[in-house]
Each structure stands twice: as structure tokens, then as C-alpha cells.
Design a protein around this ligand. Structure first.
Ligand code: MLT
Length: 409
């Protein structure tokens, strides 16, 4: 019989969001008329911007004409999209990023996991706690960890606790780590990092030959002009960081699928024989072999984000969700509940009231308010006692959910 990748057996029961869906479905089966409002998974609810839709409709027409039909596209993405991203997302902020260093993909979640293909198996790996579970689970699958401990931590990973005392920004480790996952604006806590904090990480990484895997999927939600949107705004980051970005949240592409990963050509890792190797060429090789690119139609939709109309429409979309975040913050605060985040990020990180555990609060909200959120402990041991509320929903649902919650607590 064929053998399996035993590392999968080390994984905790299920991926967090399917586990939540399972519990909600069981509740709905028993309570079919419950008016459930889902503020759990960070999935967008508002329609795609008109500029993106128009561009995709035009792209469908292109596919219907022999002259403009497209077969396989470049695995790295079309130059017209990469060029606009380089110019408008990076160069306009003073980041020295060239279009050829941008790889278009079908999602940041996929890229965060796939990037491990180009790294060795013996790296020491640091994650924050709480953390977006994909960083941890993909390392478990790749065999980079030991087994899970009672408190949910995996042997072999370096956990950097983030909490209210350190403003949800991790301390720079005392020990040497090779790969460091950072996510700003942070999922799940909604925290952001100052330029000084990121500079400290870049300095650490350069001093130790480490690579920072920087997840900037929520950068569009930054409202404070002093907060960096990209790790490449930090001096020296080209030598030590890979950045992941997404069209999912700013342009509503969670179902449409388009993202990008930046791998600077100056970034190097060590081969077993001791030589320095360009990570850009390894990622290019990996993508060319295992990926056939994002569809022409979707890339045209993503390109439209950079038009004047697309910029105005995506800004309005982001502002819409951030108004939801403001309502969530204000209502919960007025009800005497401590909240964090939600100012530069679409997530509000809530201290569970009455000392409830994260899952007990989840159950209580589900059963008494018919509102779904995400238990903080699902993001790691240090998330226990916290709860994440997503601002991605209609205004009506957010207002109604807050009315229900504040009436009960
Ligand atoms: C979340 O809820 O944390 C997000 O949906 C994660 C993701 O985008 O994969």
C-alpha cells in the first residue's frame, strides 16, 4: 500500500475556518430559522468594483476573438500587470522593486504555503502567537516541526507571543531564527508595525542571514500615514524579505483569486555546499514548473484596480469595511468590552468578557446572539481569552450583530 505524508497526522483536528463552519452548520441544522450573521472568516461580501468587472467582461470578449485570444500566459504573470503593481504599489512609495521581481498568483494563502518549496528542511522558524494558522500548518505538513503539545504549540517552532503589553508586536528573538513570518496589518489582532519596529526586524534578519516572510495582504486598510505599507519601505529589506500581497480584501477578489509575491533578485539563501543562491531564480523555477499562471481574464480584472476608477472604487470598498470596523469597535467599547485593532485593519481583536474561554465565547455568541466570530485560541495558545470579529460584511449585518451582542453583555 502507498504510504502517506505522516506529517499530516501531526496537524490539529481541522483547519480553523472549516472547523468553525462545521460547528455553525450543526447549530443551523438544529435551529434552521436562526438568523445567523457571520463575522468569522475574513471573506468579503460587497460586489467586485465596476472597473474590475468591466475589464473582465472586455477580457472575455478578447478570448472570443482569434486575434486577441490567449492560451497559456506567462507563469509569472503578464507584464502589463506586473509593471503597474511595481509602479503604483511599490515605486510610488519609494520601494526599489522591479516588475520582474513580482510574481502574480492565485492567492497569498497558497504562496505562503508554497514558498516553503524553495527553503531547506532544517531552518529554525519563528511565528507570532497568535498567528494566521497557514504559516504553522504548512510547516507541519512539510515536516518542519515536531508533534503538537497540550497547549497547541508545535515542538520545533519558535513562538513569539504578541499581546496587549507589547502592542501585539513581537519581541526581536534572542536566539537565531532562519525564517520569520510577520503579518502587518496583523491577522488576527489588527495591529500594525511602525517603521522603527520593522527596521529592527530587518536589522536582525540581515545580521543573522534570516529571511522575513512578510504578509501584507491587509496593507490597503492602513489609515495612519506613518505606518509602512510594504517591508521594502525599510532600508535593507531587499536583502532579507519576501512580501505577499493580495487583491482579495481591497478589491473583493476572494472568489476571483489574484495575488502577488515579491522576491527581490538581491535576496539569497545558502545551498548545502555553502554557496549563496538567488531565491528569485528558485521561485521562478518553482512557479514555472508547478503553476501555469492566473487566467488572463482575472489578471485584466486586477489590472483595472490601478486605473483611476479602480483606485477610487477600491478605496471606497476599503472605507466601507473600515466604517464597519469603527462601528464594531465603538459599540463593543461602549458595552465595556476591551477591543484592539480595527483602526488600520479589518479585524477587531476582542478580549472575551467575564473571563470566558475563546471557544466558550464563540458558543455563547452563536447560541444567544446567532453571531459567528473566530475564537482567538484557534490562532494559537496566546490567543486564548480573545476573539476575532471581522469587519467584512454588510452594514446592516454589522449593525444588527452589534445590537445583539451589546444587548447581551
Ligand atoms: C481569515 O479569516 O483569516 C482570512 O480569511 C484568511 C485568508 O484570507 O485566508
Amino acid at each position: 500500500m502507498a504510504t502517506i505524508n505522516d506529517n499530516y497526522l501531526k496537524l490539529k483536528a481541522g483547519y480553523l475556518f472549516p472547523e468553525i463552519a462545521r460547528r455553525v452548520n450543526a447549530f443551523v441544522e438544529a435551529n434552521s430559522d436562526a438568523p445567523i450573521i457571520k463575522l468569522g472568516i475574513g471573506d468579503v461580501t460587497e460586489p467586485l468594483p465596476e472597473a474590475c468587472r468591466d475589464a473582465m467582461i472586455q477580457a472575455v470578449q478578447d478570448m472570443g476573438d482569434r486575434g486577441s485570444f490567449k492560451g497559456y500566459g506567462p507563469e509569472q504573470g503578464y507584464d502589463w500587470l506586473r509593471g503597474k503593481i511595481a509602479q503604483q504599489d511599490f515605486q510610488s512609495r519609494g520601494c526599489d522593486i522591479d516588475a520582474s521581481e513580482i510574481f502574480i498568483s492565485d492567492g497569498s494563502k497558497c504562496d505562503c504555503g508554497n514558498i516553503l518549496d524553495i527553503f531547506g528542511d532544517n531552518n529554525s522558524i519563528a511565528v507570532t502567537d497568535p498567528v494566521y494558522p497557514v504559516y504553522v500548518d504548512t510547516n507541519v505538513m512539510a515536516g518542519h516541526t515536531g508533534t503538537v503539545k497540550e497547549n497547541g504549540e508545535y515542538d520545533g517552532l519558535v513562538y513569539l507571543p504578541i499581546n496587549a503589553e507589547n502592542n501585539f508586536t513581537a519581541r526581536i528573538p534572542n536566539e537565531k531564527v532562519d525564517l520569520i513570518y510577520l503579518c502587518f496589518p496583523n491577522n488576527p489582532t489588527g495591529a500594525v508595525a511602525t517603521k522603527e519596529h520593522l527596521q529592527a526586524w530587518v536589522n536582525y534578519a540581515r545580521a543573522h542571514g534570516s529571511i522575513i516572510l512578510f504578509d501584507a495582504a491587509y496593507e490597503a486598510f492602513i489609515t495612519d500615514p506613518t505606518i509602512p505599507h510594504s517591508i521594502y519601505e525599510i532600508e535593507g529589506a531587499r536583502e532579507c524579505a519576501i512580501e505577499f500581497r493580495s487583491f482579495s480584501k481591497n478589491a473583493g477578489f476572494t472568489g476571483t483569486r489574484c495575488a502577488l509575491t515579491v522576491v527581490p533578485k538581491s535576496l539569497k539563501g545558502k545551498a548545502a555546499g555553502g554557496s549563496d543562491v538567488e531565491l528569485h531564480s528558485l521561485w521562478n523555477r518553482r512557479q514555472s514548473t508547478k503553476f501555469n499562471g492566473v487566467s488572463y481574464i482575472v489578471q485584466r480584472g486586477a489590472e483595472a484596480v490601478y486605473s483611476a476608477e479602480g483606485q477610487a472604487q477600491t478605496k471606497a470598498l476599503v472605507a466601507f469595511y473600515m466604517e464597519n470596523a469603527r462601528i464594531i469597535r465603538e459599540q463593543l467599547t461602549a458595552a465595556g468590552i476591551s477591543v484592539y485593532g480595527g483602526i488600520n485593519a479589518p479585524y477587531v481583536w476582542v478580549k472575551t468578557p467575564d473571563g470566558l474561554s475563546s471557544w466558550d465565547f464563540f458558543d455563547k455568541l452563536l447560541h444567544t446572539c446567532n453571531v459567528v466570530g473566530t475564537p482567538g485560541s484557534g490562532f494559537g495558545a496566546a490567543g486564548e481569552g480573545y476573539f476575532r470579529i471581522s469587519a467584512f460584511n454588510s452594514r446592516e449585518n454589522v449593525v444588527e450583530a452589534m445590537k445583539r451582542i451589546t444587548g447581551k453583555f
